[in-house]
Design a protein. Structure first.
Length: 167
């Protein structure tokens, strides 16, 4: 009887321990930018574009594509806020910069159908924001004369908050 109770206790402990380990595997942890960091990223990006003489809109989304910050400079075109948002959403959704997506999604390429995904926008100016090898959000810029210049402003903004993103 004692032997049976001892075996039962050991098995119960094993099963409970295994269940606890399974619970750990059922949950996931992730990091996102604080609103303050997202705002600083957007402001640094806007400042860099201004310094270059560009009037732009800047959108910062979290890792799920939800808007955190939208800034539009006073003379940026009326289309720029929505364009910036879509660039940021595309970068975070596809986990890559939108400039790279221009070539791989053009007509005739195997990934061309991606251009038909609602909200996806294959124009330069959307960059993922990473910290410690994990995506924490994305930034989109619209209004500079060309996607490569939108990218340059976004990159300057990311560099301005790099120290806050290290973990």
């Amino acid at each position: 009887m004692l032997k049976r109770a001892l075996i039962s206790a050991v098995l119960s402990g094993f099963i409970a321990g295994h269940a606890m380990a399974a619970d750990d595997e059922a949950l996931v942890s992730f990091k996102v930018m604080t609103p303050e960091t997202a705002m600083e990223l957007a402001q640094a990006t806007l400042a860099d574009c201004r310094k270059r003489g560009f009037q732009v809109a800047v959108a910062v989304v979290d890792r799920f594509g939800v808007m955190q910050v939208m800034l539009r400079d006073r003379f940026a075109g009326p289309h720029t806020p929505e364009t910036a948002r879509r660039k940021a959403w595309t970068a975070v959704s596809f986990r890559t910069d939108t400039t790279s997506m221009v070539a791989v999604t053009k007509a005739g390429e195997p990934q061309a159908g991606v251009r038909h995904v609602p909200n996806a926008l294959m124009i330069g100016g959307g960059l993922p924001v990473e910290a410690g090898g994990s995506m924490v959000g994305a930034i989109g810029v619209s209004g500079a004369p060309g996607g490569e210049l939108d990218d340059a402003c976004a990159l300057a903004g990311i560099e301005a908050v790099e120290d806050k993103l290290a973990f």
